[in-house]
Design a protein around this ligand. Structure first.
Ligand SMILES: Nc1nc2c(ncn2[C@@H]2O[C@H](COP(=O)(O)OP(=O)(O)OP(=O)(O)O)[C@@H](O)[C@H]2O)c(=O)[nH]1
Ligand SMILES: [Mg+2]
Length: 430
């Protein structure tokens, strides 16, 4: 009898283990959520990106890249049960939770602008292909409904091909605000001639073999490089100082009854985010070494009160891979137009890492903002409920009520084990 029971236990265990390996192999998000390396990195908080770690042949992807759902425990852990962040700051007092001053809210039923009628030099920017039209229209419609029908900020759409008449008319149908469609200059988009194509294509093939998400894609690399170093130079963006980056197929959950651009301007903010998480290591094996080379050679360009502690757990020696998820950004275009960021981008571009590896605009922007702005110039928009698959920021408590948010507050990435928000909060620990 005892032997028979033991046999059942053994069979059950064997089935469980096989299922785990099967899921690890076939499902990137499952693999990512359960990978020992991820747990280890999370626990130690360290991942020297200049010392590549071999994750093996299945190629677990960064959680934001290919997954359909957040790690399985994301929903449960999202509650307010974590009383403290970054060690000993009560959540309610974390700077990221401070609401904007009451006078930023537009009067009820007022149809235009901010509470006192001011407006910023600001624009929505969306990079998209003609084939993205459905997702693009969905995002713009939500932006209008949640915020912009009362503020009427303009939109700029960018593409390396001419936008189709269909794309333009579908977008124009959902907004009364000014809309412009721009063509990206050839040299701002396509792989430069000085890149060694033999080396670049070998890198793509190797990453594809290792199932690195978008690892085999050249257009994705062009897109990352363009977003890192060129979008802010586009002719159509010249008149503007602030932008809000919007992607196709996002969700905006809450009414935003104040002007986030004016908030940025009045409080001298340079970069704002809603979600942050670690980058996939195999896309950036030599990035941090290049960053250190740059900062060692140009110490005067690094901001005095910077946010290095968001990026590194050992004073800058290694990169913890934390980055602001750049599919959402509200930022000051002059940060990217600055001498410091311009030199930084050119230096990194010359390394060829956009093509020989798969450097993303998220780590580039995050490192740039963290090093060339002051930490208090980086803002977390707690009251903007936002989703880009597979993660979302859903405001909690009063912020949820005030915004009449339609997201489930329990589905919130803020203090999930894979979120970097606690490192942002810790920047302001006294
Ligand atoms: N014009 C143009 N836009 C692109 C191209 N590739 C991506 N984009 C846009 O660039 C932005 C980022 O691309 P995504 O494919 O969303 O990349 P991602 O957010 O890392 O990955 P997803 O999980 O697929 O959303 C989106 O606004 C896309 O519409 C391209 O080849 N041409
Ligand atoms: Mg996207």
């Amino acid at each position: 009898m005892m032997i028979a029971q033991l046999r059942y236990v053994f069979v059950a265990l064997a089935v469980l283990i096989s299922l785990h390996y099967l899921l690890s192999f076939t499902n990137e998000s499952y693999n990512n959520a359960t990978s020992f390396n991820n747990f280890k990195d999370q626990l130690t908080g360290a991942a020297g990106s200049n010392v590549p770690v071999n994750h093996g042949a299945t190629g677990n992807s960064p959680p934001h890249d290919g997954a359909n759902s957040a790690p399985s425990h994301a929903a449960q852990g999202a509650s307010n049960s974590h009383g403290a962040v970054g060690g000993d700051i009560p959540l309610a007092e974390a700077p990221s939770k401070a609401p904007p001053p009451e006078d930023y809210y537009a009067e009820k039923n007022k149809t235009s602008h901010s509470a006192d009628g001011r407006k910023a030099q600001a624009v929505f920017v969306m990079l998209a292909r003609n084939g993205d039209v459905e997702g693009a229209v969905s995002s713009v419609k939500q932006m209008e409904d949640r915020f912009n029908k009362r503020f009427n900020y303009p939109y700029v759409f960018l593409n390396e091909e001419e936008f189709s008449e269909k794309f333009k008319s579908r977008i124009r149908a959902v907004t009364n605000s000014p809309v412009q469609f721009g063509l990206i200059p050839h040299d701002h988009w396509f792989q430069p001639d000085w890149i060694d194509e033999t080396r670049a294509s070998a890198a793509r093939a190797e990453m594809q073999k290792n199932n690195v998400i978008y690892g085999g894609s050249l257009p994705y690399r062009n897109m990352c490089r363009f977003n890192s170093g060129f979008f802010y130079r586009h002719e159509l963006l010249k008149p503007f100082k602030y932008y809000w980056r919007v992607e196709p197929d996002i969700n905006l959950f809450c009414d935003l009854d104040y002007d986030p651009f004016l908030f940025m301007q009045d409080h001298d903010k340079k970069y704002a985010f809603t979600i942050s998480l670690p980058e996939y290591e195999t896309t950036i094996p030599t990035l941090w070494a290049a960053v250190k080379e740059f900062t060692n050679a140009n110490p005067g360009l690094v901001s005095r009160d910077n946010a290095m502690d968001f990026l590194s757990d050992d004073g800058g020696e290694t990169y913890n891979r934390c980055h602001f998820w750049s599919n959402f950004e509200i930022a000051d275009l002059d940060l990217w137009r600055s001498e410091a960021y311009g030199k930084f981008f050119n230096f990194l571009d010359e390394k060829g890492g956009f093509y020989y590896e798969r450097w993303g605009d998220a780590p580039l922007h995050s490192i740039g903002a963290s090093l060339f702005a002051r930490k208090d110039q980086i803002h977390f928009f707690n009251d903007i409920g936002y989703r880009h698959e597979p993660f979302q920021h859903c405001p909690q408590g009063d912020a949820h009520t005030k915004g009449k948010c339609w997201c489930d507050p329990e589905q919130n990435f803020d203090y999930e084990w894979y979120s970097c928000l606690k490192k942002y909060d810790a920047l302001f620990k006294k």
